[in-house]
Design a protein around this ligand. Structure first.
Ligand SMILES: N[C@@H](CCC(=O)N[C@@H](CS)C(=O)NCC(=O)O)C(=O)O
Length: 198
């Protein structure tokens, strides 16, 4: 049984979406976290080293960081092919886009939000203005990051883009907007939203 440590309307919400897609047995454990305004507190029940969400426990095996959780779950529950397995053709691309999510795309968006210039040659990521063309180029070859195959990488990217759609973070990006719409129109997303409060 997977336990998802979750706070509604945060980065852990998309793991309810993924768990629904995978038809995995899971339970939701609501936890408190700290907020930007200084309110809230770390929940002692949350095994994440910084008290963040998401984290999961698989009968006591703890996994944290969104990309690691996505990989762990799609390896553990391969039935619906939401992530190419070791030895399958899309595995390299899958690992790359998962790692790119945490190592490049998220820092790029946070840099933009904080109005921070990304120092070329020092930072391990690049500016959003370089990230988006790379993602758009990939999506022009197929509806999803892995071409025809919907994967857990799309759960991360699609839900993030849906959040920023039509904001100054993503002005007028039809390819990205249509992609985000494709991802959140999936029935599992609606089921996840219905369970977001626990
Ligand atoms: N790199 C982490 C980020 C997790 C994260 O920052 N989650 C936010 C919620 S969206 C959180 O728990 N914030 C509370 C805090 O920073 O203490 C991941 O992708 O899993």
């Amino acid at each position: 049984m997977i336990t998802l440590f979750h706070r509604p309307q945060t980065r852990s919400s998309r793991f309810i979406f993924l768990l629904e897609e995978l038809e995995a047995p899971y339970e939701i454990k609501l936890v408190t976290t700290r907020s930007r305004d200084g309110s809230g507190s770390v929940d002692p029940a949350n095994p994440h080293p910084h008290g963040k969400v998401p984290a999961i426990s698989d009968d006591g095996i703890i996994v944290f960081e969104s990309s690691a959780i996505a990989l762990y779950l799609t390896d553990k529950f391969p039935k619906h092919q939401l992530g190419p397995q070791v030895g399958e053709p899309g595995r390299g691309a899958y690992l790359s886009w998962l790692s790119y999510y945490g190592g490049v795309l998220e820092p790029a968006f946070v840099s933009k939000f904080m109005k921070m210039e990304v120092p070329r040659g020092t930072a391990g990521w690049v500016a959003v203005e370089e990230v988006l063309p790379a993602v758009i180029q990939k999506l022009s070859a197929g509806p999803y990051l892995l071409g025809q195959q919907f994967s857990a990488a799309d759960v991360l990217y699609g839900t993030s883009f849906a959040l920023f759609a039509r904001s100054p973070m993503l002005p007028n990006m039809p390819v990205i907007e249509e992609y985000a719409k494709r991802v959140i129109e999936r029935p599992a997303f609606a089921r996840a939203q219905a369970r977001d409060n626990g």
